[in-house]
Structures are given as C-alpha cells and as structure tokens.
Write a protein that binds this ligand. Sequence first.
Ligand code: GAL
Length: 444
Amino acid sequence: MTRARSKAAVVVTVAAVLAISACSSSTSTSTSTTTAAGAAATKNVQVFTWWAAGGEKAGLDGMISVFKKDCSQFNFVNAAVAGGGGDKAKTLLANNLKAGNAPSSFQAHAGGELSDYIANGQVEDITALFKEAGLDNAFPKDLVSQITVAGKVYSVPADIHRANMVWVNPAVLKKAKLDPTKAPATVKDWIADLAKLKAAGVATPLVLSKGFAEEMLLEATLLGDLGVEKFNGLYDGSTKWDGADVTAALGDFKTLVSYSNTDRETMDWDAAMSKYLMPSDPATATGGYQLMGDWVPAQLLSLKIPDSAYTYWPAPGTDGVYQWLSDSFTLPKGGTNAAGAKCWLKVVGSADGQKAFNMVKGSIPARSDATSAGYPKYQQWAMAQWKASKLAPSLAHGSAGPGAWNNDVQTAMSAFSANPDVATLQKSLVAAATKYSNWRSTLG
Ligand code: GAL
C-alpha cells in the first residue's frame, strides 16, 4: 500500500499439544484410547502465533472467545510461542513447515512476509473461502492486494497496526520542562529534547530493546528524515540506500541510540517498557520516550496502567503518515484439520471476531465496515488517523519486504548496537537491499 490515501474451545498449552501428539503416535494397546485420541486430534485447531502474554494474549483471547461460540464443534489449541515481533516463533515455524509439521493456521504479516510462504508453496489459496464468507468486499482494496498473488488470496487480515508511534512518560518529561503532549516537529528537534532530558539527570531518555525495536527506530528515523515518498522508495528501488540523505539519517539514528539504555540487547520491548518507561511503581521511572508499535496501549491496559498515565504521538517528522502492518492468518499446506482452520479463518475475518480482538489489542479492525464506537480512546484516534494519513510499510513487521531482508537488517542492528559505526551500517543496508531487490519477481 504505497498510495496516498484515496484510498473450545479448550485452550491448551504447546506442551499439552505435544503431549497429545506424543500420546496418539505411541503404540497403544487400547483401541478406545487410540480412537479417543484420534477424535480429539480431528477436533483440535492448532493456531500458531507469538501472542503469548500481556495485551497480545488478551487480543488473541478475544478472538478465541468468538471461535468458541461460532466454531463450537472444534477445540482451540493455542500454539503461541513467546518473543516480541515473532523472533523465536518465525524460526520455529519455518523449521516445522520444512519438516511437514504445519499447524492448522499461523500468523503472517500481509505483504512481503506472506509472500515468502506463498513463494515457498507453504500456504493454500483461500480465494473460495474469502468469497464464501463475503470477505472479498470487507477489506480495503490496497490491503487485499497485499495478501493476493496472481489473483489468488492467501490469508485473512485480522488488524491494522501502526509502527511509527512514540509513547511518553509525562512525569519524566516534566523534569526537563518538556510538554509531553507536543511531538517534536523533526528528528533533530527530538534529539534536542533528548539532550535536555539527559541534562536534567534523566538516566535513559530513550527506552530501547533488541532486534525489531532497533529496526523500528531506524525505519522511523529514515521516514522522519527522508519523508514518506523517499522512504517508500527505499523498498521499491527508487531511493538509493547509499545516498547522502540516508547517511545523514543514519547519523541521527546513531545519536538517538546514544540516548538509550545500554542493556537494550538483553531485553524485549515489553520488558524494557516495564523496566524504564512505565514501571509498576511510577516514581521509579527513568525513561522518557519509547518508540514502539501500537500494541503498547493493549500492553499497558493488561498491566492496569490507565491511559491518563502516558501520552503518545507519531514519531517526529512522520505526522500524517501511517506506517502500517497487518497481522493475517493462513491455511498452511498439509496443516492439521483444514475444516477447523477454515472455521477459524472465518472468525478472524468476521465483524465480531475483529471487534473482540482489536478492542484489546491496540490495533484497529482491518474490515472497512468497522466503526469506532465503544473502542478505547487510542483506537478511536487511530481509526481517524488511518482514514486521513499517507501510508508507508514496515520491514520490521513484514509489510515492506520478505523475512530474509528483515533478518539481515536485524543482524546489522545488533552489530551496530555493539559498534555504532554509520559507514558499516550503511554498507550492510545497501547489501541487504541489493540482495532482495528482486523479491517481487519470485512471485507468480
Ligand atoms: C508484530 C505484530 C504485532 C505485535 C508485535 C509485537 O510483528 O504484528 O501484532 O505482536 O509484533 O510482538
């Protein structure tokens, strides 16, 4: 979506699932045990995500509650694997798919990330299900194009998230007399405010965590410094990664990182948030800002932190741009229980499923017919922003390019964190972009 907007269910753990399959594959002398295990296996719908805790789990639980109602003939089996942005989950999933051990359905981002699974022949064409469930007209056209290849649809979108958001602790900003409701206009202005916080004795002006969070900060800096058209050009080849404007943005990125916690490589986004930005005892907060996607309000809600305790705004220089990503669900080739999986996919695409999920996930429904009534304050604002903004994709969350490109950038991120050298970073980014510049042509 590069346009300017004209635009059981019985929940069991993975361990229990493994136990079930271990049971059913063991040689049992009792026929009735085997039959019972077989019956359970055909009822089970194993859904693979990385939504294992906090606000993310709350979102999934919301969707499960609708599945329980609409698909009561099946058992929901929760195969969530913890790890922000799906770092561990995606590796495990790739191995399982290779080994012919597909779940009933798995989470994949619309766009480049989904195209990996399509190109590898690991997901089924679900065009017929889309039509049958009336989903062909339910989503924005541009989003449907991100889940379609050669006229065939491959997943059902559950949500739209926004990546270019900054979450702010007003009490910490007060120490440097900064207005927490007002976003700095540019990346440079933000850097000036970070310097003010540091001078006022704030220990970790910018809260940062490993992997995809560093990549998100990098993308937000590029988006803020280059502007939306040039930023989008980084992913369609019309903007050069070795340009002087990219070098300057990487210099800003280096400065931003220098204001962050030095233990950033040791923790995920939610742990960093609880340690520095929004600790359970607010008086101990030492973090001013954290750049993170809008799964944050859901996380804070799950921690019972009221929305009056924080403010938020689009990353400096990116106001009016929605850096979007969309979680979607697939029907894997050779997955267990295709009938049950299809029931799950219909729930994912339904108005009720999307409401139960997005209400508590921080995201907004992917369906175009959703209204903002009853949603928390953040999502009401986000729905209005979604309608009024230009769009940019996210490599960190699969909408801008394939997973392998994302992995290379994350490797460059941890190298940069250890040794923040702009020239080395730019070389790695150029190499990655060159390696994957043709990814679209691998699709039919
Ligand atoms: C994203 C995903 C979001 C959220 C986030 C943090 O990739 O799309 O829904 O889960 O990771 O884990």
